[in-house]
Design a protein around this ligand. Structure first.
Ligand SMILES: *[C@@H]1O[C@H](CO)[C@@H](O)[C@H](O)[C@H]1NC(C)=O
Ligand SMILES: *[C@@H]1O[C@H](CO)[C@@H](O)[C@H](O)[C@H]1NC(C)=O
Ligand SMILES: *[C@@H]1O[C@H](CO)[C@@H](O)[C@H](O)[C@H]1NC(C)=O
Ligand SMILES: *[C@@H]1O[C@H](CO)[C@@H](O)[C@H](O)[C@H]1NC(C)=O
Length: 176
């Protein structure tokens, strides 16, 4: 879920080596979730702008789960979309874990809490504490500014019906 989203944000520097090292701070977090899947999800920031999350997952998440990720930059009074992906969550996680660079990166993230990395994702309490993006791994195409990352996890309904929401995370991030 959110882990995948953070992974993707980190995928870019592999392709585009960064020139300067930006720092980042989270400036807001909001979460919506479906009680069908989650007992509760709470997200909050530390005074330093690090991210904490508590996720009580009450139902197994299986093959078929999808993750829609949008990164937007604040421009004037509005937002401009930089990229938008809609991925098969389980397949993408599996593929990313084949990459040794990603394994190193994942070990890094595991220092911050208890998270799931493969499907099926079992009902459990997952958490993240005092998380910040690594200074050296902020994608090189990003310039200083305000950004919004939206990660929506959902299942498709048959015959193109409405999405069945699992959870949506929205993170505001400042790069400077
Ligand atoms: C943070 O996000 C929430 C939910 O979208 C919003 O109501 C609130 O105004 C935001 N706070 C700031 C400081 O942007
Ligand atoms: C969800 O799971 C938690 C344990 O992780 C449990 O305490 C809670 O009662 C469950 N909620 C529902 C609605 O099943
Ligand atoms: C990034 O750099 C700042 C300033 O040097 C430092 O305070 C912060 O701990 C660094 N963050 C990480 C994740 O290393
Ligand atoms: C995040 O994306 C979902 C689905 O694309 C959308 O319903 C929701 O309004 C978005 N939230 C924000 C804060 O942009």
């Amino acid at each position: 879920m959110l882990l995948l989203c953070l992974l993707l944000l980190h995928e870019a520097p592999l392709a585009h080596p960064y020139k300067e090292h930006l720092q980042s701070t989270f400036t807001n977090v909001s979460v919506e979730y479906s009680p069908e899947f989650c007992g509760s999800i709470t997200g909050w920031l530390t005074p330093q702008g690090n991210l904490n999350l508590d996720i009580h997952l009450n139902r197994t998440l299986r093959q078929g789960l999808r993750t829609a990720i949008t990164l937007q930059q604040r421009v004037g009074g509005g937002y401009q979309t930089l990229f938008s992906y809609d991925l098969d969550t389980c397949r993408t996680l599996g593929e990313l874990l084949q990459s040794s660079l990603m394994k190193v990166w994942l070990r890094n993230v595991f220092r911050y809490g208890h998270l799931a990395t493969r499907c099926p994702i079992q009902p459990a309490h997952y958490d993240l504490r005092d998380f910040q993006l690594e200074n050296h791994s902020i994608p090189g195409y990003l310039r200083p500014g305000l950004f919004r990352l939206n990660d929506t996890n959902y299942y498709r309904r048959p015959r193109g019906g409405r999405r069945r929401l699992v959870a949506t995370f929205t993170l505001d991030i400042k790069f400077y």
